[in-house]
Design a protein around this ligand. Structure first.
Ligand code: ADP
Length: 607
C-alpha cells in the first residue's frame, strides 16, 4: 500500500472519528431537552422551532442556529410510526448536522418522516429570518474503499423483518451464534407495516371466547379457498397447525393478543388476533421481537446487505455481504433467507404484469426480492412469482394502507356515486377488482367516531390529514366532493347500511361480518382510496421444514427460507392477517431447522 494512500486513509478515518464524536455530542443533546447543543455553539446562535408534516401528523423540531450554521437539532414532538418515524428522528438530525445540509439523503425506508424533519428545520430557519437555501448544498457521497472482513457463526440470517427476527431469536435461544443482516438502517421491513392482526386457529383465546368455528380445518380451507387453491396444501396445513403454538410462543417474548376479529373473506369466522387497544400488530410484534434480540445480544448488523450465497459441494455455507466500509465473507453452518418480497421492485413486477409498472405500493423500499434472486442464482426453484396482490384500501398519494381492521370494525367502501358496489369484506382480490371497475379510479372508505374510539390506529389518519369529515352524512358527502346526486345516494347508502347492521343482513351484497356496530356516531369520516400493490405471494420454493428446494426438486442442504421471500403459502391471494401468521410460524420453523442443521454440522467430522 503506498504512503499517499495511507495518509489519505488516515485523514479519512480521522474525519470519520471526528464526525462520530460530533454526532455523539449532538445526539446526546437531542435526547436532553434544554441543553446547549454543540460545544462550539456561539452566543449569537438562536433557538428556533418549526413544524413539518409527517405521515401521522405534525413533526416539531427545535434547532440552534446562526445564518450559516446549524449547531443543534432536536425533534421535540411527533407521532410517526414506532420503528420507522422514530428511527428517522433518531438518525437524521446527526446526518444533517454533520453535512450542514438539508439535501442529505433521507433515512431509507422512512422518507416521509425524514422529509417532515427537513421541512420543520427549513421552517424554523425561515421563522428566525434565516435563508434555508444556505443549507441546500449538495452532499457528495463519501468514496470509501471497502475493507474485507471474515466472520464466522453458526447461523446467518439474511433480512431482519418479522421472519428474520423470529428465526434469529429461536436459533439463539438454542445456543446458536447468529449473525442477523439487515440492509436498511433499521429492522422491521414490511412486517413493521402490518396493521390488522395475526390470524391463528384453535387458540386458547378463541376457545375462551367460544369461537367454535375457528378451527385448524376451517382456517386451512379458508386460506386455500381464498388463495384460489393455488397454494401448496401441505404448507397451508403447516401454517394453520402451528398458528396456535405461535401465539403461545409470542407470549414468551411478552407479546399478547386480547381480541379476535373476523378475517376478511372468511364468512364471519374469526382468526384475526389483535394486540390490546387495537394497536398496529406489526409495530407491536417487531418491537417485542427487537427487545428480545437485544436481550439475547444477537449480532445484528443494519445497513449491511447480503449479495450472494456461498456454496461448497452443493451446500450453503455462508453469504457475502457489504456495508459502506466493509465487504464481508460470513461463514455459517446454515443460512436462513428472510429477505421479504419484491413489492417495491417495479421492473420485476412489471415483467409479470406490465400494468403494475406505475402502480402505488404499500411496500417499504427494501422489498426488492434480493433473497429470491440470490437463491435462484444457486439453483433454487420459485413458485407463483406472477401472483401479486393488490390491496383494496390504499391511499394513493403515499401508499399508506388503511387496513382491513377498519372494515372488520364496521367501515364500508363507497364509490364516487355515493354507492356501495361489493361485499366490502370479501377477499382482497375481489374488492380490488370491483374497485377498478368503478368510475373515476378511486373510492372512499367510510367510518364513524365509534370506530375511531375503538381502533387506536385510526387516529393517525385523522392527525395525518388523510381523513375528510362531516358532522352529518350530508356534510361528509359534500366535503368528499360528490355531485349533488351522489350526495343524495350517499345518505341513502348510509341509512340502508345502518338498517342492514340492525337486521344483521346485507341484502345488497351479502356481507356477513364486521357488522357488530353501525356507522351512526358523528362525526363521520372518509378516506380516499384505490387498490395498491401489497404482497408478492410467489417466491422461493420451500418444504414444510422451511428447507429450500432446487429446480430438480431436491433440498439444498444448509439453506432455509421463511416469510414473504417464499412462495406456496398464499397461492393466488393472501388472506389479511396471514402474512403475520406466516412470518411467525415459518420464521420459527426456519430457525429450528437451521439450528438442527447447524448442530448436526458441528458434530460432523471435518471434511
Ligand atoms: P418478512 O415479513 O418475510 O419478515 P419483511 O419485509 O418484514 O419480510 O422483512 C424482510 C427484511 O429483509 C427487510 O427488512 C429488508 O430490508 C431485508 N432485506 C432484504 N434484502 C436484503 C439483503 N439483501 N440483505 C439484508 N437484508 C435484506
Amino acid at each position: 500500500m503506498n504512503k499517499t494512500f495511507d495518509k489519505a486513509r488516515l485523514g479519512l478515518i480521522a474525519l470519520l472519528i471526528l464526525g462520530a464524536l460530533l454526532n455523539i455530542v449532538l445526539l446526546k443533546n437531542v435526547r436532553s431537552p434544554g441543553e446547549i447543543v454543540a460545544e462550539d455553539t456561539p452566543d449569537e446562535a438562536v433557538v428556533l422551532t418549526g413544524v413539518g408534516q409527517g405521515r401521522n401528523g405534525p413533526v416539531e423540531v427545535e434547532i440552534t442556529a446562526t445564518a450559516d450554521r446549524i449547531y443543534g437539532i432536536r425533534v421535540l414532538n411527533h407521532q410517526e410510526s414506532d420503528g420507522i418515524g422514530t428511527e428517522a428522528a433518531r438518525l437524521l438530525p446527526g446526518k444533517i448536522y454533520e453535512s450542514q445540509s438539508l439535501l442529505v439523503d433521507s433515512i431509507s425506508g422512512a422518507t416521509i418522516s425524514s422529509d417532515a424533519i427537513k421541512e420543520a428545520i427549513s421552517n424554523a430557519l425561515t421563522a428566525g429570518g434565516f435563508d434555508p437555501e444556505v443549507f441546500m448544498v449538495e452532499v457528495a457521497a463519501a468514496q470509501v474503499e471497502r475493507t474485507p472482513v471474515t466472520l464466522d457463526c453458526d447461523v446467518v440470517v439474511v433480512g431482519a423483518g418479522g421472519a428474520g427476527l423470529t428465526a434469529s431469536v429461536l436459533a439463539t435461544q438454542q445456543g446458536q451464534k447468529v449473525i442477523l443482516l439487515e440492509k436498511m438502517p433499521f429492522v422491521g421491513g414490511n412486517s413493521l407495516r402490518a396493521e390488522g392482526g395475526m390470524n391463528a386457529a384453535g387458540t386458547k383465546l378463541e376457545k375462551e371466547l367460544g369461537l367454535d368455528d375457528s378451527t385448524v380445518e376451517n382456517f386451512t380451507e379458508d386460506t386455500l379457498r381464498l388463495g384460489h387453491y393455488l397454494a401448496d396444501p401441505e404448507l397451508v396445513r403447516t401454517l394453520a397447525e402451528n398458528s396456535s403454538d405461535a401465539i403461545e410462543w409470542l407470549k414468551t417474548v411478552d407479546a399478547t393478543f386480547t381480541g379476535v376479529k373476523a378475517t376478511g373473506g372468511c364468512e364471519g369466522r374469526k382468526y384475526l388476533h389483535q394486540p390490546e387497544g387495537g394497536v398496529a400488530v406489526g409495530e407491536y410484534l417487531v418491537a417485542k421481537l427487537k427487545t428480545q434480540v437485544e436481550k439475547l445480544g444477537i449480532d445484528v448488523r443494519v445497513n449491511t446487505k447480503a449479495t450472494e450465497i456461498l456454496m461448497k459441494d452443493g451446500q450453503a455455507v455462508g453469504v457475502l455481504a457489504e456495508d459502506a466500509e466493509h465487504t464481508y465473507t460470513i461463514n455459517a453452518k446454515s443460512v436462513v433467507l428472510t429477505t421479504g418480497g419484491f413489492g417495491a421492485n417495479f421492473e420485476l413486477m412489471a415483467s409479470f404484469d406490465p400494468s403494475l409498472a406505475n402502480a402505488v405500493t404499500t411496500n417499504h423500499s427494501g422489498a426488492q426480492g434480493d433473497g429470491i434472486m440470490m437463491a435462484q442464482a444457486i439453483g433454487a426453484d420459485t413458485v407463483d412469482m406472477d401472483q401479486i396482490q393488490l390491496h383494496p384500501t390504499v391511499i394513493q398519494s403515499d401508499g399508506s394502507l388503511v387496513s382491513e381492521s377498519f372494515r372488520s370494525l364496521g367501515a364500508i367502501v363507497v364509490n364516487t356515486q355515493g354507492k356501495r358496489f361489493v361485499n366490502d369484506l370479501a377477499g382482497r382480490d375481489v374488492v380490488s377488482q370491483a374497485e377498478l371497475k368503478q368510475p373515476d379510479g378511486y373510492c372512499f372508505i367510510i367510518f364513524d367516531q365509534n370506530l375511531v374510539d375503538h381502533l387506536a390506529l385510526s387516529q393517525r389518519f385523522i392527525d395525518g390529514g388523510y381523513t375528510i369529515s362531516g358532522k352529518t352524512y350530508e356534510e361528509l358527502a359534500k366535503n368528499m366532493g360528490l355531485s349533488a346526486e351522489a350526495q343524495q345516494n350517499f345518505v341513502k347508502t348510509m341509512d340502508t347500511w345502518n338498517k342492514s347492521v340492525a337486521n344483521g343482513l346485507d341484502e345488497e351484497f351479502g356481507r356477513n361480518n364486521g357488522m357488530d356496530d353501525d356507522l351512526s356516531t358523528a362525526p363521520y369520516y372518509a378516506i380516499k382510496i384505490a387498490p395498491g400493490i401489497h404482497h408478492t405471494m410467489g417466491g422461493i420454493k420451500i418444504n414444510t421444514d422451511a428447507e429450500v428446494i432446487d429446480t430438480d426438486g431436491n433440498v439444498i442442504p444448509g439453506l432455509f427460507a421463511a416469510g414473504e421471500t417464499t412462495g406456496g403459502i398464499h397461492g393466488g391471494n393472501r388472506v389479511g392477517g396471514n402474512a403475520v401468521c406466516d412470518f411467525i410460524v415459518f420464521g420459527r420453523i426456519a430457525g429450528q431447522s437451521a439450528t438442527d442443521f447447524a448442530k448436526a454440522e458441528a458434530l460432523a467430522p471435518a471434511a
